[in-house]
Design a protein around this ligand. Structure first.
Ligand SMILES: NC(=O)c1ccc[n+]([C@@H]2O[C@H](COP(=O)([O-])OP(=O)(O)OC[C@H]3O[C@@H](n4cnc5c(N)ncnc54)[C@H](O)[C@@H]3O)[C@@H](O)[C@H]2O)c1
Length: 386
């Protein structure tokens, strides 16, 4: 089967800021699609590769939701990467999670090289169920894979009335502070909590200046990257996403980003019995099994006190924070997760913009699998998150 074009093959240079805004005009026009059409296309493509319907629906939903949130680095551009991994056998099409140990509030699962999103979704169902039964739960996951955005899963637990923490390890992207060898992943983590009439508050971040996916996205869009994101293989600062991917992604907040990433690897990889450090394979490597591990900690809000009181306290915190005086450089103050909620509402109305290279990759997949590309939707070919 012919291979799908990968972002490494893009030739233009590119740029994206931490807000997700491009600082240069990409050279080719993006295509706008409706979220439902994109979901249907992705699901059909995954089913054609042998992924069971429910799992194909879920994986597609995680990718579309990432696009809706404005995290295109974790959206449609990843479908060809996941499919290459399914084709190589590095990731199994049929996910079959095994239980390693079960002591009630604490469970260790083995994802057996299945689809990371499907495995993690299963962990969330179990984590919420056990937190409701015991007040708290800890679900360790080993031999999983890249699960996309962590907040997709912590938000689900928060919607069920729990506060949740989820960490994963990831393939090596940064050096230990003071080192020059790629040895530690971006190792993102998310915490989400229900917030009464405000829905959910959630943080979700990689411990690097940005997720490495944003460098791949910059390549895909044909723009350069801001200073401070990456260093090339010689350790020199670079604005070339390709050089940054070959070199090192820089930690967020200097040594603090490094030590947090290290400890997330302890929680997600070492503690759970999964791979850790440079032994974790990445989604960008078609033939290498992942071995990524995750740790999900869930607290049922009701175990600490009256959930109505918790909601009222959360609403007060959110209201006070949003009502603060903006700094001179800002027009308003957002609470954690609000940016993604706003982006989602807008993208649901206006549709999602896909980079020209991403669209070409999807067209190749459509040809290979006999599926039909989503129709192009009307709308401008610019967007504040593009
Ligand atoms: N599965 C993996 O291996 C993996 C690896 C790396 C990253 N990721 C995912 O990539 C995604 C992006 O990560 P990132 O580190 O680039 O995130 P980011 O830098 O875009 O955002 C970090 C956090 O800051 C918040 N934020 C940003 N601007 C804000 C503002 N103006 N006001 C209030 N809050 C604001 C965001 O909501 C988010 O919680 C995450 O979903 C992460 O889980 C996954």
């Amino acid at each position: 089967m012919p291979s799908v074009p990968r972002p490494e093959q893009a030739t233009e240079q590119s740029t994206e800021q931490a807000t997700g805004q491009a600082t240069e005009q990409p050279t080719e026009h993006p295509t706008r699609v409706r979220p439902d059409d994109l979901h249907a296309f992705m699901t059909a493509t995954l089913r054609a590769e042998g992924v069971p319907d429910a799992d194909a629906q879920l994986l597609s939903d995680t990718l579309v939701v990432a696009e809706l949130w404005g995290h295109a680095s974790h959206g449609a551009l990843r479908l060809p990467w996941y499919i290459e991994r399914l084709r190589s056998g590095a990731m199994r099409t049929v996910t079959d999670v095994a239980t390693v140990t079960d002591s009630g509030a604490v469970v260790v699962l083995d994802g057996r090289d299945g689809i990371g999103q499907v495995i993690t979704n299963h962990a969330v169902d179990l984590g919420v169920e056990r937190a409701k039964a015991h007040g708290v739960s800890a679900i360790g996951v080993r031999n999983s894979g890249h699960f996309g955005t962590a907040a997709y899963f912590t938000r689900r637990a928060a919607d069920a009335g729990c506060v949740a923490f989820l960490a994963t390890n990831a393939s090596a992207a940064m050096a230990a502070w003071g080192g020059r060898t790629k040895s530690i992943g971006t190792n993102p983590w998310s915490i989400a909590a229900p917030a009464g009439r405000h829905g959910v508050v959630v943080m979700d971040l990689a411990n690097t200046a940005v997720a490495r996916g944003k460098l791949y996205l910059a390549k895909e869009r044909g723009t350069s990257i801001p200073d401070g994101w990456a260093a090339d293989a010689q350790g020199h600062p670079t604005t070339d996403p390709a050089a940054g991917i070959e070199g090192l992604i820089l930690p967020m907040a200097g040594p603090k980003g490094y030590v947090i990433a290290f400890l997330m690897d302890v929680l997600a990889g070492v503690l759970t019995g999964s791979s850790f450090g440079a032994d974790v394979g990445g989604p960008y490597e078609p033939g290498r099994r992942s071995g990524a591990g995750h740790l999900l900690l869930t607290v049922d809000v009701a175990v600490m006190g009256d959930p109505r009181e918790f909601s009222a306290r959360m609403e007060t915190l959110v209201d006070r924070t949003r009502g603060g005086e903006p700094a001179g450089w800002a027009s308003e103050i957002l609470t954690p997760g609000e940016l993604e909620d706003r982006n989602r509402a807008r993208h649901e109305r206006e549709g999602i913009l896909l980079a020209a290279h991403t669209w070409a990759s999807l067209a190749t997949l459509a040809e290979q699998t006999g599926t039909t590309l989503p129709p192009a939707a009307q709308g401008a070919d610019t967007d504040s998150t593009y």
